[in-house]
Design a protein around this ligand. Structure first.
Ligand SMILES: [Zn+2]
Length: 167
């Protein structure tokens, strides 16, 4: 694996990192709150074949404690919604932050209910019970969360004292 630092974050990659990918990672890392970035020890960018069951899967995974992204997630034809911000990366970071802060469980029942009602897109490859939180997280960081979702996330301990780039 090759290693590159992008905005201070270690990125390990199998193939050379394209300018498109590096720029996309840079603009996305810029909107991740600094306290959250400390939980991201590395990002792996892997060939699609590493995502076994479905090589067309343009997404990622975070079950190993850090985000894993398919090279396809930087391909506009596959993932137009990953520009300018890589929603796949933000989603995986959301899972890691949920886990690191026990974030969803830190919410009041009312706020937790709000998050659990965030719709999961059709055709999404789901990752279990934290899925709604990860989707809410990516939406909040890119400025697209509803007022209720925003209030719910910000009330949790993952966002205590955290400044957002998109207020
Ligand atoms: Zn997920």
């Amino acid at each position: 694996m090759n290693e590159t630092r992008v905005s201070g974050v270690l990125v390990r990659h199998h193939h050379p990192l394209s300018d498109i990918a590096a720029n996309n990672l840079r603009s996305t890392i810029r909107i991740i709150p600094a306290p959250h970035l400390r939980h991201i020890r590395q990002i792996d960018v892997l060939p699609p074949l590493n995502f076994g069951s479905n090589p067309n899967y343009a997404g990622g995974g975070s079950g190993v404690g850090h985000p894993r992204l398919s090279e396809l997630c930087f391909d506009r034809r596959h993932r137009d919604n990953n520009f300018p911000y890589n929603m796949t990366l933000l989603h995986e970071v959301g899972h890691i932050i949920d886990h690191a802060y026990n974030a969803l469980d830190s919410l009041t029942p009312e706020h937790r209910n709000t998050i659990n009602q965030v719709p999961i897109p059709r055709g999404a490859v789901t990752h279990g019970r934290g899925e709604h939180y990860a989707i809410a997280y990516q939406t909040l960081l890119t400025g697209g969360a509803s007022p209720a979702v925003r209030a719910a996330l910000l009330s949790g301990n993952a966002f205590s004292g955290v400044d957002l780039v998109h207020p």
